[in-house]
Design a protein around this ligand. Structure first.
Ligand SMILES: [Zn+2]
Ligand SMILES: [Zn+2]
Ligand SMILES: [Zn+2]
Length: 174
């Protein structure tokens, strides 16, 4: 703020404030308007005048992005029209020391701490929380393939792709 105390009407004048318009009438009117609008939209969809927006796909570009070739891995990545970024997001990450085998590796995502799936599992199994109970084999929610997880883990899918697929299905169901 500007350092001055906030203004508020003196107590004796508060009772003279303009009364708020009754809510009920307004609410009923608005509900009727909304219902009419919904009917209009439905009629528009039936007549083909209105089209529901399609959800953007993972591999589709937004209106202000372009595909570019990464100088590091020669792979394709999307960047902003005005950007001159030469590397994809994973090539921009610095090499890290694996928390399990202590070897340097190139991470592909920001929070990665181990060099691969084996090291990730070994590290988790070594953690006290995961050491208490043996890992269990469960079926993937999406593809039905069996995979191992710690009993405390909330994992329901065998991998990132299946997780994404079942997430999309859940959103579509709603
Ligand atoms: Zn790259
Ligand atoms: Zn490792
Ligand atoms: Zn799966």
């Amino acid at each position: 703020m500007n350092g001055k105390p906030m203004w508020c009407p003196p107590a004796r004048t508060r009772s003279y404030a303009v009364p708020i318009a009754p809510v009920e009438d307004n609410a009923a009117e608005q509900a009727a308007l909304l219902a009419e609008a919904a009917q209009l939209v439905r009629a528009g969809i039936r007549a083909g005048l209105v089209q529901a927006p399609k959800p953007a796909k993972q591999n589709e570009l937004g209106p202000s992005s372009v595909w570019a070739t990464c100088v590091g891995c020669q792979g394709q990545f999307s960047r902003h029209l005005a950007s001159v970024q030469p590397k994809c997001s994973s090539c921009r990450l610095e090499k890290k020391c694996c928390k399990n085998c202590r070897e340097m590796f190139q991470p592909t995502y920001h929070r990665q701490v181990t060099c691969g799936e084996d090291c990730r599992r070994n590290l988790m199994q070594a953690t006290a929380m995961y050491r208490r109970k043996p890992w269990v084999v469960v079926a993937c929610e999406n593809c039905g393939a069996e995979f191992e997880k710690a009993p405390a883990s909330p994992r329901k899918n065998c991998g990132q792709a299946c997780g994404f697929a079942s997430m999309v299905r859940k959103i579509k169901k709603k």
